[in-house]
Design a protein around this ligand. Structure first.
Ligand code: PBG
Length: 328
């Protein structure tokens, strides 16, 4: 007779065994840190809506990179605040624009630091929408041309990867074609594929000065009611040649992350957005939660859901926590 154990297991696991049996592994290599560069700024200025985060002037953007490297984070995503905005967002594709200059400065000093750029028009247009307007609506196809020009100018400045966040239909294909035509076949595209029209972007829009001056982004960003639509958006980006898919925000969309991870074989990124960070910061400042543990647990949930990489304002602190063994 087999000697089946009939009693409940009461094994106390040692720390060593718990580490051995972990199902989710995380490393600083999967973290990407957002950096905001302000063309009108000299030095560093704290961002009010994102406690602990800063705007950097072009003269000090390398400080942000140094801090990343010190904590073991080797990758960033750049956001620019231009000195000038206009109706069509022309400073977005200016070869001497804020992001283009920031890339050059970073690459001059830290050629191995990996620079991803956010490709979108909302920080550059006077109306704050993510594309070119026709009456009161964003004109999808006109916007494709300027997105492609913008991505190309980032690549020329030395960006390692471009990440379109505008949610226009067809932008991945348009950007791919523009990059390939100039010999940038090896610059990958990380597509903000399933980007929801979310209230969690509030602190970012305050920080980037990119809130729409009228209307909202519901015409081009996704409806939080929808799940299958996210799969369709990802499918389209796969077909258009995306190299990495992204789900954004992260915490309220863990189901979407799981489903995209199961369904698609491209690498999957999640963006833990400004509102997610600000909520933890506020709750911690009020003494309501243990910031470090909440930070670690939230990040773990995103990786456990299936994301392979994470854009987060906590990247440096998470890398530190990994070094200390608080998460790993
Ligand atoms: C640009 C963009 C936004 C974010 C990333 N890229 C704002 C938006 O869509 O309004 C949000 C990031 C965050 O909240 O941290 N379109």
């Amino acid at each position: 007779m087999s000697n089946l154990i009939q009693r409940p297991r009461r094994l106390r696991r040692s720390d060593s065994v718990r580490r051995l049996c972990r199902e989710t592994r995380v490393s600083p290599d999967s973290l990407i840190y957002p950096i905001f560069v302000d063309e009108t700024l000299q030095g560093v200025r704290p961002i009010e809506s994102l406690p602990g985060q800063n705007h950097y002037g072009l003269d000090s953007v390398c400080q942000a990179v140094e801090q990343c490297l010190e904590s073991g984070v080797g990758r960033c995503i750049l956001f620019g605040l231009p000195a000038r905005k206009d109706e069509i967002g022309s400073s977005a594709w200016d070869d001497r624009g804020v992001v283009q200059q920031a890339i050059r400065r970073i690459k001059e000093k830290y050629p191995d630091f990996y620079v991803i750029t956010d490709v979108c028009m909302c920080e550059y247009t006077s109306h704050g929408h993510c594309g070119i307007l026709c009456e009161h609506d964003v004109d999808n196809d006109k916007t494709l041309a300027v997105l492609a020009k913008t991505a190309l100018s980032h690549a020329r400045a030395g960006a390692d990867m471009v990440a379109p966040s505008d949610m226009m239909d067809g932008r991945v294909a348009a950007i791919r074609a523009a990059l390939d035509a100039e010999g940038f076949e090896n610059i990958p595209i990380m597509a903000y594929s399933a980007k929801y029209a979310s209230a969690f972007y509030g602190p970012f829009r305050a920080a980037a000065g990119s809130a729409p001056s009228f209307g909202d982004r519901k015409g081009y960003q996704m409806d939080p009611h929808n799940r299958r639509e996210a799969l369709r958006e990802c499918q389209l980006d796969v077909q258009e040649g995306a190299d990495i898919l992204m789900v954004k925000p992260a915490l309220s969309y863990l189901d979407i992350i799981r489903e995209c991870a199961d369904r698609f074989d491209l690498p999957l990124c999640a963006y833990s957005v400004s509102g997610e960070y600000a909520m933890i910061k506020a709750a911690a400042a009020a003494g309501l939660v243990d910031e470090k543990r909440i930070m670690c647990e939230s990040a773990l949930s995103v990786f456990r859901a299936g994301a392979g990489m994470l854009i987060t304002y906590y990247a440096k602190e998470l890398a530190q926590a990994m070094k200390e063994g608080a998460i790993g």
